[in-house]
Design a protein around this ligand. Structure first.
Ligand code: SF4
Length: 375
């Protein structure tokens, strides 16, 4: 497989079109709390919506308002301008901005008489037995709705097969990430993000073959040498490889991340209990320490970032947050104190989906690198 052409990170409308032309459904997913395995078991293509390379999100902003994040504005723009041509949306209440995408797309699609499927999963913000039971119940409803949409029955056997398939991808993604533990990694942070972004529209079986090709070629790649500091990136949904490229052009090699389009998407394997597959899926998706939306999980995020920074030997941490991202604005201020007491250099950067102010970013990241080099 010539995996390199897939690294252009453009949204593959062709992949979605071919899937739908084969008579199967494709649903857009907002946020990483929607269980991909359930859609896969119904032979529905899960398309994780992203805003990569969105140059103009005027219509999206007009709907969502100027105080919403450019990530959600761009995704709505791509739905309105047809970049995404899907059978509907299945979202989770990740944050209020993300939830609004469905409301506006429902209005626009009805106005255009487009038949669309809509379902919003209510993912609890606390993780305990009661919330897991509630979430399990909601996922059972999701299964019924997706069976109606696809005409395919979702059995435990199919769910186990889907989980096993996604777990194979998770193991391979971990191998890709572990390449960055090397003193001179053969993969940059920009390339790694391009590798994980490739999963967003691709059927998982094809993605597994893609990852195997990447790993097979790793031994032919030249170790990266020209950098002054190893950094970890954490923060808002980051689906723009150009941003990571700009950080790395300043001599800060990105060796780890806590990004919902990066490691947060395909990280730990989902372990299931044969007597309760849906319950196992609910437990997995609610227990992943991944997002500031959780009301009892923030310490987990802190621990994850500190442990990952140590595991990947990062010299410093960059918190990148989208303008108007309520979740990471709050979390960034708390994390600042955590890094100070852990004596870890950190830098907080505000960004927009469309890279602007590249000069200002370079000045700040170069100063950060120099500070680390002189410690
Ligand atoms: S970037 Fe922040 S505000 Fe935007 S969808 Fe994600 S969590 Fe919500």
């Amino acid at each position: 497989m010539d995996y390199k052409k897939i690294l252009n990170s453009e949204i593959s409308a062709e992949t979605i079109k071919q899937w739908r032309e084969s008579g199967k459904k494709a649903l857009g997913i907002v946020c990483c709390h929607v269980p991909f395995e359930i859609l896969h078991a119904a032979q529905i293509l899960p398309v994780r919506l992203r805003a990569t390379s969105c140059k103009d999100c005027g219509e999206g902003e007009a709907c969502l308002g100027p105080q919403s994040c450019s990530f959600t504005q761009s995704i709505l723009q791509y739905l309105i301008d047809g970049t995404y041509d899907l059978d509907g949306l299945i979202t989770s209440n990740g944050c209020s901005a993300a939830s609004e995408i469905m409301g506006h797309w429902r209005t626009v699609s009805q106005r255009e008489n487009r038949q669309q499927f809509f379902y919003e999963i209510g993912v609890p913000r606390v993780n305990n037995q009661a919330s897991r039971n509630y979430f399990r119940g909601d996922l059972e409803e999701v299964c019924k709705e997706l069976e109606r949409l696809s005409g395919n029955e979702i059995t435990n056997e199919k769910l186990k097969n889907s989980i096993d398939t996604y777990n194979e991808a998770r193991r391979l993604v971990k191998q890709v990430y572990d390449l960055r533990k090397a003193e001179n990694p053969v993969l940059s942070g920009e390339e790694t993000l391009r590798i994980t972004l490739a999963a967003m529209e691709m059927p998982i079986e094809d993605y597994i073959e893609f990852l195997k090709a990447v790993l097979a070629d790793a031994k032919n790649r030249k170790p990266i040498e020209n950098f002054g500091a190893r950094v970890m990136l954490a923060g808002s949904a980051l689906d723009d490889p150009e941003f990571v490229k700009a950080v790395e052009a300043c001599g800060c090699l990105v060796v780890a991340d806590l990004n919902s389009f990066g490691i947060r998407f395909l990280r730990d394997e989902l372990v299931y209990d044969n007597s309760d597959i849906i319950g196992s899926i609910a437990k997995y998706y609610i227990s992943r320490s991944s997002c500031p939306r959780m009301m009892d999980g923030s310490d987990d995020i802190h621990d994850y970032i500190l442990n990952a920074a140590k595991e990947y030997n990062a010299d410093g941490i960059i918190i990148e947050r989208l303008k108007h991202c309520e979740k990471w604005e709050n979390e960034a201020s708390i994390l600042g104190e955590v890094f100070k007491s852990a004596d870890i250099p950190y830098l907080e950067l505000e960004r927009q989906e469309r890279m602007s102010a590249g000069g200002q970013l370079s000045i700040r990241v170069e100063a950060f690198r120099e500070m680390i080099e002189n410690r």
